[in-house]
Design a protein around this ligand. Structure first.
Ligand SMILES: Nc1ncnc2c1ncn2[C@@H]1O[C@H](COP(=O)(O)OP(=O)(O)OP(=O)(O)O)[C@@H](O)[C@H]1O
Ligand SMILES: [Mg+2]
Length: 420
């Protein structure tokens, strides 16, 4: 067994890896009832994937650019159907785009999880397997595409390392958190968008783009909810932009996504793990460990939209205790009236519906989509695209891609078992 970095070579560790492959076979998550046929994916042995620089990390995993595939033809071709062999070959040939930038990324668990103990590691494995299982079945223009998986599925953990099981996905150009951060910096420097000859601030002019992004996120969530899935980790770190289209949203990081129990009633709530996700985006009932349903995602979507509109972190200086007191006990929400220069009244009303404490009064993502579409269509200022992104924006994006900065996610969570 090969271990990297600081991982201990204790026998208990080996047990953990082996038990993961036994306990969390790929069949442990229910199938999602999608109409479309599954998109084909390719399987690779870890030794066939050449990694480049690390481009991101979350609480549980690290994400690397893929520099190349060294396909192993030594007697292993029987593993693959002719179609899969073709796909593996195609990825090998298309590994970089015309600018030499990697098209694919690989995500695997962090080694420190093994040291943290059996439970942490096994929970993280559950999340990664859930992510692979759901991504493989879902097909939506605003959901990141799964391209490949470790050969042998979770069996790859057997006698392997923390990184033997992995996911390969398309590479994103940047996350929404990164774009917001970039826009905020530009605004602080007094950036204005002279593209249409007006002297409005960049922030105001971008309202159309922001609504366009928020609508795409809402449509991805509406699709998940339609298939009885709850995402549970809607935040700007888990939303990205497609590499080939700087305005196309891609929802990713499906580790906390779960299938909801069957129910005919829209407002039924279910007993699932509380405190799941990222606190500042979390619905009140999730923070309070109370039963919840898909509308917990609506609440988080509202927080993300507020962050996008104001370019400010929600509950920025709040401690865990401050947040609990203000949001869970006093019913506080991010401030709307103070930001009326960047949040039109129609959107303020919509956000209030998203943050309703009474879950049966809170809007569904279908209602959110309808309302936002109406708002966009009836307000000339919100039409998008109105003008191409300013040149300075494109240059900044290029610089960001070339930098060696590693973006670190912040999710903390408790256990993730669904106890419906
Ligand atoms: N396909 C991708 N293209 C570019 N960057 C990515 C991609 N996937 C992930 N990243 C980067 O890596 C970070 C961590 O990835 P991800 O959110 O999937 O990991 P995680 O460990 O599940 O995170 P969390 O802390 O939310 O639990 C992302 O926030 C993002 O910055
Ligand atoms: Mg994440």
């Amino acid at each position: 067994m090969v271990f990297h970095d600081e991982v201990d070579q204790e026998s208990s560790t080996e047990l953990t890896l082996a038990s993961c492959s036994q306990q969390f076979g790929d069949a442990s998550f229910e199938a999602v009832d999608v109409e479309e046929p599954r998109k084909p994916i390719a399987h690779f042995d870890r030794s066939e994937v050449k990694l480049g620089k690390q481009i991101g990390e979350g609480y549980f995993s690290k994400v690397y650019e893929i520099n190349g595939f060294q396909l192993d033809h030594h007697g292993n071709d029987h593993y693959y159907s002719p179609e899969e062999q073709e796909l593996r070959q195609a990825y090998h040939q298309q590994v970089a785009d015309a600018n030499g930038s990697g098209r694919f990324v690989l995500k695997h668990l962090k080694p420190r999880l093994l040291q943290a103990g059996r439970n942490d590691f096994e929970n993280a494995v559950v999340d990664l397997v859930a992510e692979a299982t759901f991504l493989q079945q879902l097909q939506h223009p605003n959901i990141l595409s799964l391209k490949g998986l470790a050969r042998g599925g979770t069996d790859a953990f057997r006698g392997g390392t923390y990184e033997s099981y992995f996911l390969i996905t398309e590479r994103l150009s940047e996350t929404l958190a990164q774009r917001i951060h970039r826009w905020r910096k530009q605004l602080q420097k007094g950036g204005t968008d002279k593209n249409d000859g007006s002297n409005k601030t960049t922030s105001t002019q971008r309202l159309g783009a922001k609504c366009h992004y928020a609508l795409q996120i809402a449509q991805a969530l509406r699709y998940l909810h339609h298939h009885q899935l709850i995402f549970r980790d809607v935040k700007t770190d888990n939303i990205g932009f497609a590499q080939d289209d700087p305005d196309k949203i891609q929802l990713f990081d499906f580790g906390l996504c779960r299938k909801l129990p069957e129910s005919n009633q829209l407002d039924d709530v279910f007993r699932m793990s509380g405190g799941v996700g990222t606190r500042r985006y979390c619905a009140v009932e999730v923070c309070r460990h109370q039963p919840y349903n898909a509308k917990a995602d609506t609440y988080s979507w509202g927080i993300v939209f507020w962050e996008l509109l104001t370019l400010q972190k929600p509950f920025a200086d709040f401690t865990k205790e401050d947040h609990y007191k203000f949001v869970c006990e006093l019913g506080g929400t991010p401030n709307l009236s103070r930001h009326s220069n960047v949040i039109p009244p129609s959107i303020q009303t919509m956000l209030r519906h998203c943050w309703a404490r009474n879950v049966s009064k809170r809007w569904t993502m279908a209602q959110v989509c309808d309302s936002l579409q109406d708002i966009i269509h009836t307000d000339d200022d919100l039409q998008y695209p109105r003008a191409a992104e300013p040149r300075q924006d494109r240059l900044a994006l290029q610089q960001h891609r070339q930098s060696s900065f590693v973006w670190r996610g912040t999710r903390r969570r408790s256990k993730v078992t669904v106890a419906a």
